[in-house]
Ligand binder design. Structure first.
Ligand SMILES: [Zn+2]
Length: 340
């Protein structure tokens, strides 16, 4: 069985075979501490380099080496431990103390109390007071309604994460040392609720907020860069999926999604890369408020004010369209089109 070499000073961190930076590369080593190969490991520069080659990839490229490695066969003989789950009572217990939850207060101010409440129920957003008072739990509930874990994040009431003096992130399952964790996508329990297009972003907060602005999609979150993996994305098999990568992660997600195209055809949104914002929320806000078209059908009355004089138009066989993107075929039969 191979695993990433534990950190024990700089002598355990090597030159990356991809970006060639020193002290950045972690080798996979056997249980006896033997290095498998100097190209098999993970670069620490996750965003800038992203090189990660696993023993599995190495052996599938070099099948003749399998016979020489006894450890490899040992690894195959070890039965995988079953996944552990968290009981529904723990989740329920976290759902009734919202008035203290700073992220809930943020959502109430951004939308209103009812919307914040609906979002909490829809996404299983709980409160966790025992490490940081008023912290948030984003429960990971899978498509079989089993609870994989809860990610605890401490936000301010302005909705920003508390990162000083350290990033306040923790996990519900860590109290149990024997817990065998298998994560799922945040929001995976919503997958069976409709056949709608899936929108996948990185942060739980983005998914929750976007579900209000762009409600026609089922919004899910990976919860971290390293969770953009075959194992987690398997749940999206044969669905229509649009990816909304974080700022500067467009190329990375595009490349990874192309490698996973046997699961489904991913579309990747480059909107954030092309905008002046580095966060999704302001973009969603703009998109959802801009009327895409104004379409008035037969019998509607429209008043347009030109200077001080209102002009009334009575629309009989007219559809008035305030966009150039519509084609004639999408209009009611016999309609006349006037451009504004
Ligand atoms: Zn590298």
């Amino acid at each position: 069985m191979y695993s990433l070499q534990k950190y024990n000073g700089l002598r355990t961190r090597h030159i990356c075979p991809n970006c060639e930076r020193p002290n950045q590369f972690t080798y996979y080593v056997s249980e006896e501490g033997e290095v498998l190969n100097k190209t098999i490991g993970r670069c620490n520069r996750e965003e800038k380099c992203g090189y990660h080659k696993t023993p599995r990839m190495y052996f599938s490229e070099n099948p003749e080496l399998k016979t020489t490695s006894s450890s490899f066969f040992q690894a195959k003989l070890i039965k995988p431990r079953p996944t552990n789950f968290i009981s529904m009572d723990v989740l329920r217990g976290s759902m009734n103390i919202h008035q203290e939850n700073k992220f809930f207060i943020f959502l109430s101010n951004l939308f209103d109390y009812k919307t914040a409440n609906d979002l909490s129920k829809k996404y299983n957003i709980g409160t966790h007071n025992s490490i940081w008072p008023g912290a948030t739990v984003f429960w990971q509930v899978d498509s079989n309604d089993k609870i994989r874990t809860g990610k605890i994040i401490d936000y301010s009431t302005e909705g920003s994460r508390i990162k000083k003096p350290y990033s306040r992130v923790n996990w519900v399952h860590t109290t149990n040392k024997e817990f065998n964790l298998s994560q799922c996508l945040f929001g995976a329990h919503l997958l069976n609720t409709s056949n709608n297009t899936i929108a996948l972003c990185e942060s739980e907060k983005t998914a929750v907020i976007a579900s209000i602005y762009i409600p026609q999609f089922i919004w899910l979150a990976t919860g971290g860069k390293s969770n953009f993996s075959k194992k987690l994305l398997e749940d999206l098999r044969n669905r229509n999926v649009i990816l909304y990568p974080d700022y500067k992660c467009y190329e990375d997600w595009k490349e990874k999604s192309e490698a996973l195209r046997t699961i489904c055809n991913f579309q990747v949104s480059s909107l954030l890369e092309r905008s002046t914002s580095t966060k999704w929320a302001p973009i969603f806000l703009k998109t959802s408020r801009a009327p895409s078209r104004l379409c008035l059908t037969r019998g509607s009355q429209l008043s347009i004010k030109l200077g001080q004089n209102p002009i009334f138009l009575s629309l009989r066989n007219v559809a008035l369209v305030a966009t150039t993107s519509l084609t004639k075929s999408s209009l009611p039969k016999g309609a006349l089109v006037a451009s504004l």
